[in-house]
Design a binder for this molecule. Structure first.
Ligand code: ZN
Length: 500
């Protein structure tokens, strides 16, 4: 089998993967901030690293996959203070912060089960590791790379950069950052330089999430949790650190700096970053009013969506593009993905039912036989070449017509050798199901049948209403609601429904 190559953001090149401990891989992926519902942009990193996790296991590695939950922390964006999303949202929803965090953690888990993402081996939370974060901050202070101001502690980036490469990952140049950011320093007077980032923040009286520390009551900075939790569960140095490209700077750059000072070594040897999802060619964000939550994506309940899409369609859509390329979302692209996935499933189902019939002396079609073998074997090569799921799917699409032709009789079974036929069956179940993690779309085909049934009930309810049989119309509505289907009377007189 070909060796695994990974594009390492740290050195901006593809490198042959070797693990720190033979047969074992430690992988850390930055998890969600559970201050709100996960959206389409979140789907990509978790599906991407789910395939990385599955493939490493397929290659025989014992993988410890750690993905954190950010349920507390101080947020900064590009050196500027950002709002405390959890506190703000908790106030808005009138919930205790931990209640809010639990609600969105549960919703996150629900969505990612539907995407058929495997559970990480450990899912640590920031609030569960305050002591570890404080200990790490103390070490950084002892080594002289952090300073305290009014109960807050900041990392001294300029000092770090004297002996280390701050910008190693993002390619940013500190001098440029200093020049532009120090113009804004006036209102950030606690910091020596605006590029410095918070390790600990003093909690103002109204701040609910607070913990005692050597610097007074406060709460941790955002970046420190990943450094503290990754070293606790994976060691000071480990193999792979993953996340979205938007996390490269400042988050991952800060993680590297903190860990390097606290532990004296580079925290992760391979840094992997998935590219972003755009929507109709535009960046996703509040400014464009185009953020699509996962629940909206599944139900179709969003102004940009023509209808809902199944979790497997979205998973397939994500995997159809290599993780380092941008991925543009549109209704057309999703509908094409849905059709494509359907084609693969039909071929897969046909293939499962086929059994090899011996040639009876008739010759194997050498050319076809070799072509099928090559397409199958290439799947390994493609995934070993920086997890190119797009090329694997392209090969499965090449193989689908061959499978259909065997069923249709245009290609005789004996044109393939028995060995090749078995390789074909094995390749589909290993790649489509085990590694790409796709599941049969029974849900989806059921949905179209279900839709027919619900439309019938809607019609019956309309008729009941028109003859003023409200007992019958209420019964239909209430019984549907009891099984999680909610009818909605629209202003234009039509009736729509959503599945909970
Ligand atoms: Zn992180």
């Amino acid at each position: 089998m070909s060796e695994l190559k990974i594009y390492n953001s740290l050195h901006r090149q593809k490198e042959v993967f070797t693990s720190l401990y033979p047969g074992h891989v430690g992988m850390y992926v930055c998890g969600p901030t559970v201050s709100g519902e996960s959206h389409l942009g979140h789907a990509r990193p978790y599906i991407t690293f789910d395939v990385v996790y599955r493939y490493l296991q397929f290659l025989g590695y014992k993988v410890r996959y750690v993905r954190n939950i950010t349920d507390a922390g101080h947020f900064e964006e590009e050196g500027r203070e950002a709002e405390d999303k959890i506190a703000k949202r908790a106030q808005l929803e009138k919930l205790e912060p931990m209640e809010l965090v639990q609600k969105y953690t549960n919703l996150f888990h629900w969505a990612f089960h539907r995407f058929n993402c495997l559970e990480p081996s450990i899912e640590p939370t920031a609030t569960g590791h305050i002591i570890e974060q404080i200990e790490m901050i103390k070490t950084i202070m002892e080594k002289g790379y952090a300073y305290e101001r009014n109960g807050s502690v900041y990392f001294d980036v300029k000092k770090y950069a004297e002996t280390h490469d701050y910008g190693i990952l993002s390619g940013r140049v500190l001098e440029d950052m200093l020049e532009t950011s120090n113009r804004e320093l006036e209102n950030q007077d606690e910091k020596i330089n605006n590029v410095d980032f918070a390790l600990w923040k003093n909690a103002p009286p109204e701040h609910l999430m607070r913990w005692p520390s050597p610097w007074g009551e406060g709460f941790p900075g955002w970046h420190i949790e990943c450094s503290a939790m990754s070293s606790k569960y994976l060691g000071k140095q480990f193999d792979i650190h993953g996340g979205g490209m938007d996390l490269q700077f400042p988050h991952h750059e800060c993680e590297i700096a903190q860990s390097e000072i606290a532990h004296g070594e580079l925290m992760a040897r391979y840094w992997m970053h998935n590219n972003m999802i755009t929507i109709n060619g535009r960046k996703m964000g509040k400014a464009y009013n185009n953020t699509i939550k996962l629940t909206e994506l599944f139900t179709g309940n969003h102004h940009l969506l023509e209808r809902g899409y199944s979790p497997m369609t979205i998973r397939f859509f994500v995997l159809q593009t290599h993780y380092r390329s941008t991925l543009d979302f549109s209704n057309e692209a999703l509908q094409a993905a849905e059709k494509g996935l359907h084609r693969l499933w039909s071929a897969y189902e046909v293939l499962q039912k086929l059994t090899y019939t011996p040639a009876n002396g008739q010759p194997v079609n050498e050319e076809l036989d070799k072509q099928v073998r090559d397409w199958c074997n290439e799947c390994h090569e493609f995934l070993s070449d920086d997890f190119n799921t797009a090329k694997v799917l392209a090969n499965l699409f090449e193989l689908a017509p061959v499978i259909n032709s065997i069923k249709g009789g245009q290609v005789k079974m004996h044109e393939l050798s028995e060995e090749t036929f078995q390789l074909l069956q094995k390749t589909w179940s290993i790649f489509l199901i085990d590694i790409l993690g796709l599941q049969p779309e029974t849900l989806n085909t059921d949905n179209s049948k279900l839709d027919g049934v619900i439309q019938l009930l809607i019609e019956m309810r309309k008729e009941a209403k028109s003859r003023k049989d409200y007992a019958a119309s209420d019964k239909i509505r209430n019984q549907l609601l009891a099984v999680g289907i909610q009818l909605k009377d629209e202003k234009d007189g039509s009736i729509t429904y959503s599945i909970q």
